[in-house]
Design a binder for this molecule. Structure first.
Ligand code: ADP
Length: 771
């Protein structure tokens, strides 16, 4: 308020000063031009005075020359008398031109008359002299007429001159005042300019000050906003982790319970817990997604994915549910569509899963169909310099369910809105699903609409433009439908050309990858750290990089950043990292990775993952359980817990060295799953474990005795992967997490305690292996 007051004062003064300066400038200019005029006039008057003086002197000269000649009778006195007379006439003409105007016409006539008379009289003396001699001429002179004429001329010219003198002095006086005026104006001008300059400077300084204050405030609020967003992001990541983990455990355990011996009522109760748990997880996921979208934190990925593979996964996911409900799910992709697109397959899956879930939920009998085609007919939009091609994919999810009343069609995409109030009672749900779907479609530059007739069914239609990958893969001996890719001039590669780079320092993990990738007959190379990975990538192209995060020499984040920034490679990179810390996914994605998976990765997950980034039908080499393979992280997590059986359950442990079963600390379900019960592989992994574990324990022990906290943290983190293979993750991840966190705080006593626990358990595990 105070600032604004001063601002207006300064601006008003400045404007005032400018007006005064303009006035003074005008005044000074006028005085100076008056001064110039006055000076010119004064100069003229001086010239006129000189002219009058010359006339007087020329008349007197004529008179004295004639008198001299008469007295001396010597004609030499008048040798140039004609010239002098002419001079007098010229003087008179000039005087008439420059001195007289209308107001002095009388004086002019008088002067002309007197001068003419005087010349006439002089001529008369000369004539008398020549005709009648000296005496006659003297008689004429003595009439005194000549003298009177001369006196009259002198008097008249004096009068004229005097009048002019008065004018000149008036002019000089006004010149004086004009020059004083101009001088004053200059002084005022200088003074006021000075003041204006001062005020302008004050104004500018005030503005600069307030601007720099504003900039500081803006910076500060921007920083706070960023901090708040980061905090919120962190909070969301933590929330999602914290809520999903126990939920997954609940659902996982109900899975295990279902498989056990239950009577009918117990089985119904467990089913109820499971359904409620799944519903709750969906609602939690919806709310988290929704708040992410609201906060503008929903990040879209851009990576190659197989359209048909994604749809197959989704179909598989609903297979059982649809069967149980006696419905029919038909998924169909227009044959002319290419298969590999670049975009966010997870979000696309989420949209379709939501729409199909609704369709199943609201359909009692009949068919649910999903059809994908090109929204613009056979058109492929060429972008940039024709190297990029975009296809506007058209998805239609149609059902033969209860339908939606016409008046509700507009509101069902609003958050928390359901078609009717008894929907919640009958079907449950939060009313968030379609709002998230709409947001996700729009985030991907698409649009969605719905048509429905109550009692007959509904149809949800959405279009999303996706970039086509420039490499399309196709399956051998299955050419007919895919040949149309060629019409799009797309480079066709075969699965044999696919090569995967595994960046992993942990030998156990390397062995595991080797086992899996070899069994799928996939071409791969293992790099033991980021630096080696970069060397490999410089030499040859890979289709996918599976990247560990914590590694010696160069960690996964740095390696990814270098691959993106220095090598300028867009190769998909997937992080595979031990025990997910909250926010880890976001960190990986912001480092430039395309996807993130927590270790220990399961075989099915790895297959789905690879199929998302390279092509996948060829993967059917291996007899995968016909359960769903999904891209949706939460479902994957449920699945993984369900399959692993969870800690504390009655596990089927593999034979140890003596072929006996044991239920002590070791749990080999994971190795069994992965190897499909291949005992050689399990034995070799156990050998590897027992060779690696004591070394890792010794290294950690050394690092603690120094203590080198950075090393402690890295070693503890790494150990998590090793122990997970033999089912020690549930018992050892908590103390290892404790060590990691305590290393950050440099809390050596906590580290020591946790280390003792780790060491004891590991020793116990080793004993079990070698027993
Ligand atoms: P909800 O979690 O309640 O299912 P949604 O946002 O997914 O929330 O759906 C909002 C409402 O739209 C539903 O409650 C239902 O009334 C209606 N709806 C959505 N899909 C269908 C469908 N396929 N058939 C009939 N009604 C539907």
């Amino acid at each position: 308020m105070k600032d604004a007051f001063w601002k207006y004062i300064v601006i008003a003064s400045l404007v005032g000063a400018l007006v005064v300066i303009a006035f003074l400038q005008f005044n000074a200019k006028r005085s100076i031009s008056n001064l110039i005029n006055g000076n010119e006039q004064a100069l003229n008057e001086f010239k006129n005075a000189t002219l009058l003086e010359k006339l007087r002197s020329d008349i007197l000269t004529v008179e004295s020359q004639i008198r001299g000649m008469v007295i001396t009778k010597n004609a030499s006195h008048i040798s140039d008398i004609e010239k002098k007379i002419f001079a007098v006439k010229t003087d008179l003409e000039q005087i008439e031109k420059s001195i007289f105007d209308k107001s002095t016409e009388k004086q002019a006539q008088q002067l002309r008359y007197l001068v003419d008379e005087k010349l006439h009289f002089s001529q008369k003396i000369l004539d008398e002299f020549y005709l009648n001699g000296k005496t006659a001429a003297e008689n004429v002179i003595n009439t005194n007429r000549g003298k009177r004429l001369t006196d009259s001329i002198l008097k008249l010219t004096d009068e004229i001159e005097e009048a002019k003198q008065v004018q000149v002095s008036g002019l000089l006086h006004s010149n004086d005042s004009d020059s004083a005026n101009a001088a004053n104006s200059s002084i005022w001008l200088a003074m006021i300019s000075g003041i204006a300059l001062f005020l302008a400077s004050v104004f500018v300084i005030l503005r600069l000050n307030s601007q720099s204050k504003l900039i500081k405030e803006l910076d500060e609020s921007h920083r706070r906003e960023r901090q708040a967003i980061e905090l919120k992001e962190q909070f969301m990541a933590n929330m999602s982790h914290e809520i999903r983990t126990p939920m997954n455990a609940i659902i996982g355990f109900t899975n295990i319970l279902q498989k056990g011996k239950l009577d009918k009522i117990q089985s119904q109760q467990v089913s109820a817990i499971q359904t409620s748990g799944e519903n709750l997880l969906t609602i939690v996921n919806d709310i988290l997604d929704f708040s992410k979208i609201e906060a503008g934190m929903m990040r879209l990925e851009s990576a190659p994915f197989s359209l048909r593979g994604t749809l197959q996964d989704i179909e598989m996911m609903f297979h059982e549910k649809v069967r149980l409900r006696g419905l029919n799910l038909q998924v169909n992709v227009a044959p002319e569509l290419p298969d590999i697109f670049i975009g966010d397959a997870v979000r696309l899956t989420q949209i379709l899963v939501n729409l199909i879930s609704n369709a199943i939920k609201f359909t009692e009998h009949g068919i649910i169909s999903v059809h994908v085609s090109n929204a613009s007919g056979n058109d492929v939009k060429l972008l940039n310099d024709n190297t990029e091609k975009r296809v506007n994919l058209h998805f239609e999810v149609q059902d033969t369910g209860i339908g939606i009343p016409k008046e509700k069609l507009d509101v069902i995409f609003d958050r928390f809105r359901q078609a009717s109030s008894d929907i919640t009672r009958r079907f449950g749900g939060s009313g968030l699903g379609l709002s998230i779907v709409k947001n996700l479609v729009e985030l991907q530059n698409g649009s969605i609409e719905v048509t429905s007739s109550p009692g007959k069914g509904s149809s949800f239609i959405f279009n999303i433009p996706f970039l086509m990958a420039d490499k399309q893969f196709r399956i051998d001996n299955k050419s007919t439908e895919d040949d149309s890719f060629n019409t799009l001039n797309t480079e066709v590669a075969h699965i044999e050309g696919v090569k995967i780079l595994v960046v992993e320092d942990n030998i156990l993990n390397q062995d595991l990858m080797r086992q899996l990738l070899t069994s799928w007959e996939l071409n791969f190379t293992i790099a033991e750290n980021g630096k080696t990975a970069i060397d490999y990538l410089k030499k040859e192209p890979f289709n996918l990089v599976l990247m560990d995060i914590q590694m010696p020499e160069m960690d996964g984040y740095t390696t990814t950043k270098k691959i993106r920034a220095d090598l300028k490679l867009q190769t998909p990179i997937v992080a595979l990292t031990a025990h997910a810390l909250a926010g880890e996914r976001e960190r990986c994605l912001s480092a430039g990775m395309n996807e993130y998976f927590p270790k220990p990765i399961r075989e099915e997950q790895l297959r789905t993952l690879i199929s998302r980034f390279v092509k996948l039908d060829t993967f059917e080499i291996y007899d995968a359980p016909p359960k769903f393979r999904s891209n949706t992280p939460s479902v994957l997590a449920v699945q993984s817990i369900g399959k692993s059986g969870g800690q504390g359950a009655d596990k089927q442990l593999p034979p140890n060295k003596n072929g006996k079963k044991t239920n002590k600390v070791l749990n080999l379900t994971y190795l069994q799953d992965i190897s499909k019960g291949n005992t050689d592989f399990i034995t070799s992994m156990l050998q590897q474990f027992s060779a690696q574990m004591p070394a890792e324990i010794a290294e950690l022990h050394n690092a603690i005795s120094i203590p080198d906290f950075t090393l402690i943290k890295a070693l503890a983190h790494n150990m998590k992967t090793t122990v997970a293979f033999v089912g020690l993750d549930k018992s050892l991840h908590p103390p290892l997490d404790l060590i990691e966190n305590a290393a950050l705080k440099q809390d050596i006593s906590t580290i020591q305690q946790a280390f003792d626990k780790v060491k004891t358990l590991c020793e116990k595990a080793m004993n079990e292996i070698w027993k």
